[in-house]
Design a binder for this molecule. Structure first.
Ligand code: AVJ
Ligand code: FE
Length: 436
């Protein structure tokens, strides 16, 4: 929680007070809304529900209820100003620390919230998710750069020689979890899914590969797009990922206030689901389903079980994945060999969120916990699932079971993708049979 708070303070402290209350895009809240919303959720779930305390400002609940107030309407609300919001954040946190000190002795009705510190993990994840949203607001904001971070490491020596795709063997695997203490409700429960063998891109699709799609006229040929996708491309006049523009013959992109040539070896970022889906069709491939993605990221054919992460059960370190806003961009494709999955796929965790082919749906046996506005109200065909997390995701909100979702038109999120194809007859079946 302290790590999340340092990040919140850095993201809201980097800009002027005017910038904090401004709306940088109708798709986003003013940063000062996220700031007080973080405290309001902590007050609601931790101080009041888990801690059994009366709370500080129940009168603010309606202003900071994300479900009841659309982002576009938030600037018009009588929100707390920057100084008031900072004071509120600090007052809630001091009560949180008192709840933490008393956590062992709370009455039974708070037992499930407090078990294994779940409610603390939930609020740390909540704050980090809003920190990522605020990072997206920073990316949308015009003006000179205010954020800074070291560049990610160069690609490893073997990156250029990696096979373009890896084989994930067919057969059942365990999807979701019933044992990860801080997993959120939509990741539960663990259940068996039979996934036939398939081929998956070794790395996310790069800017270089995506530029070929653009150069081949991909944005001008309806053959590659779903009907809704084609309509959207026409209406919005899309011709490249968000934040890209042409500078003579070359493509440049704006990244947190810097303008730079598009790096060919970096995973493509800021594409919507329709663009990812169209690229995959143009490449003679398709997006992986959510269960394929999770199998590639967790299934260990040798051990016959699902791991917490592609590399095993150990928490992510800087050698495994580009997480935690340590860098302000994805690392080159092929990075992080220590984070590879058993199949050889790299960068499944970190760098860019990966669009999947799947709609956001509950697992069999799903129960909303602790509130249905986290996941349940979003289940349905209008949202597509993203997996794996991006460079701006903190490790507390990163694991191979973690599920994110958004509208298929969304581009300001830190999303890219990789592609897949079915395996041929006999491919990827042998290993699984030998083991049984
Ligand atoms: C899981 C990223 C879709 O930001 O809308 C934050 C996370 N839920 N506060 C979002 C969330 C409530 C959510 N996503
Ligand atoms: Fe929220």
């Amino acid at each position: 929680m302290e790590r999340a708070r340092r990040r919140t303070m850095a993201l809201t402290g980097a800009v002027t007070e005017d910038d904090l209350v401004a709306q940088h895009s109708p798709l986003m809240s003013p940063l000062v809304w996220d700031l007080a919303h973080i405290a309001n959720q902590e007050e609601l779930w931790l101080v009041r529900e888990a801690g059994g305390r009366p709370g500080l400002r129940p009168d603010l609940d309606h202003l900071y209820d994300a479900f009841r107030t659309p982002r576009a309407d938030r600037p018009a609300l009588p929100l707390l100003g920057p100084a008031e919001a900072r004071a509120y954040v600090a007052e809630v946190r001091s009560q949180t620390l008192e709840v933490l000190a008393a956590a062992d002795t709370s009455p039974d009705q708070q037992e499930r919230l407090l078990a294994d510190g779940f409610v603390f993990g939930m609020l740390a994840q909540h704050e980090q998710q809003h920190d990522e949203t605020m990072l997206a607001t920073h990316q949308l904001r015009q003006g000179p750069p205010v954020l800074d971070a070291p560049e990610p490491p160069q690609a490893p020596a073997d990156a250029a020689a990696l096979p373009p795709e890896v084989l994930v063997p067919g057969g059942p695997f365990t999807m979701g979890t019933s044992t990860e203490a801080w997993a959120l409700d939509n990741e539960l429960p663990a259940h068996t899914v039979d996934v036939p063998a398939f081929w998956l891109d070794t790395t996310p699709v790069t800017n270089g590969a995506y530029l070929e799609f653009i150069a081949a006229g991909g944005y001008r040929d309806p053959a590659w797009w779903t009907p809704e996708g084609w309509r959207h491309v026409q209406e919005e006049g899309l011709e490249a990922p968000q934040f890209w523009s042409r500078d003579g013959e070359t493509w440049v992109r704006r990244r947190f206030g810097h303008v730079e040539p598009v790096p060919a070896d970096e995973p493509v970022l800021h594409v919507c689901w329709y663009e990812a889906d169209a690229y995959a069709r143009w490449a003679g491939r398709r997006l992986p389903t959510e269960s394929e993605w999770e199998k590639a990221a967790r299934h260990d054919p040798a051990g016959g079980r699902s791991r917490r992460y592609p590399w095993g059960d150990a928490d992510p370190g800087p050698e495994h994945a580009n997480l935690g806003q340590r860098h302000l961009r994805p690392a080159p494709a092929g990075s992080y060999p220590a984070g590879a999955a058993p199949s050889g796929a790299r960068q499944l965790i970190g760098d860019v969120w990966e669009w999947t082919a799947s709609d956001f749906a509950p697992y069999p046996g799903f129960e909303a916990f602790p509130y249905k506005e986290y996941s349940e109200v979003f289940f349905g065909p209008e949202y597509k699932v993203l997996r794996g997390g991006a460079f701006g995701v903190d490790e507390v909100a990163s694991r191979a079971t973690f599920r994110n979702w958004d509208y298929p038109i969304r581009r300001q999120i830190f999303a890219g993708f990789r592609t897949a194809r079915d395996a041929g007859p006999g491919e990827g079946a042998a290993a699984e049979h030998t083991r049984r």
